[in-house]
Ligand binder design. Structure first.
Ligand SMILES: Nc1ncnc2c1ncn2[C@@H]1O[C@H](COP(=O)(O)OP(=O)(O)OP(=O)(O)O)[C@@H](O)[C@H]1O
Ligand SMILES: [Mg+2]
Length: 199
C-alpha cells in the first residue's frame, strides 16, 4: 500500500498521509531536524499526516547532468547528524525520484525508510541506481565526482566499502524484482565493477 500524497501547487504545500505510525514517526524525526536540503515541515497531526513545503522542481533522474558533488554534500550532512558505532542516519530509499532539483538547489525527500546503517551502504545503494542507467563513461564520471565530493568532508572506509557491496547489490536487485524492473543497461556489470574502485 502506497502513502497518499496530495499536492497543492498553488498553496505550495503537499500533504503526505503515511500508511503506518512508524513511517510517520520516521519522516517527522528527520523533518524536525530542519536540514538545509529537506522541504520545510509546515504542520503535522501527530498521527499519520504531514504537511510539507512543495518543492517545484525536477527529479534528478530526469536531469541531463545532475551535480553529483552537490548531491554528495547532502549525504555528508545527513550522515554526520548522529553516529553510533559506525552507523549513521541513512536515507536508505535512494531512488532518484527522492531527490529534486529546484532553483539551483538539491533536495532530499521521503524519509519513511531511513535507518541507522553504515554510511557506505547508503552511498553504494545510491550509486547502484546510476549504474543501472548510465553508460560506463558517464557512470565513471558520476562515481568519481560523487566520491571526491563526499570524502572532502565525510569519511569512507574502503574495507567496509568493499565488504558491503555484495549485500547492497542483493538489496538493490531484490527491490528491482519486487517492482518488476528488468535491467536493460549493457554496461551494468562494468559499472558495478567500477563501483569497487574506491581507492
Ligand atoms: N515536498 C515535496 N515537494 C515536491 N514533490 C514532492 C514532495 N514530496 C513528495 N513529492 C512528490 O511525490 C512523490 C511521492 O512522495 P514520497 O517519495 O514522499 O512518497 P513514496 O512513499 O516514495 O511514494 P512513491 O512510491 O510514489 O515514491 C515524490 O516522488 C515526488 O514526486
Ligand atoms: Mg519516494
Amino acid at each position: 500500500m502506497k502513502p497518499d500524497i496530495i499536492i497543492n501547487k498553488e498553496k505550495k504545500h503537499i500533504i503526505k498521509i503515511c500508511r503506518s505510525p512508524k513511517m510517520f514517526k520516521k519522516e517527522l524525526y528527520i523533518y524536525q531536524k530542519k536540514l538545509p536540503f529537506t522541504p520545510r515541515l509546515l504542520d503535522h497531526d501527530g498521527k499519520n499526516t504531514l504537511m510539507l513545503e512543495y518543492i517545484d522542481g525536477i527529479p534528478i533522474g530526469e536531469l541531463m547532468q545532475p551535480d553529483f558533488s552537490k548531491i554528495a554534500e547532502m549525504y555528508v550532512i545527513l550522515h554526520s547528524l548522529e553516529l553510533k558505532k559506525g552507523k549513521c542516519i541513512c536515507h536508505y530509499d535512494n531512488n532518484p525520484k527522492n531527490y529534486i532539483f529546484s532553483d539551483q538547489k538539491y533536495y532530499m525527500i521521503d524519509f519513511s525508510d531511513w535507518k541507522y546503517a553504515p554510511p557506505e551502504t547508503d552511498l553504494i545503494h545510491f550509486l547502484l541506481f546510476w549504474a543501472s542507467i548510465y553508460d560506463k563513461v558517464k557512470f565513471e564520471k558520476a562515481f568519481r565526482k560523487f566520491i571526491d565530493s563526499y570524502t572532502k568532508k565525510g569519511t569512507i572506509n574502503p574495507v567496509e566499502w568493499e565488504f558491503f557491496i555484495p549485500e547492497v547489490i542483493k538489496r538493490f536487485d531484490n527491490r528491482r524484482k519486487k517492482f518488476e524492473k528488468t535491467e536493460k543497461n549493457p554496461d551494468i556489470l562494468i559499472n558495478r565493477e567500477t563501483l569497487k574502485n574506491i581507492y
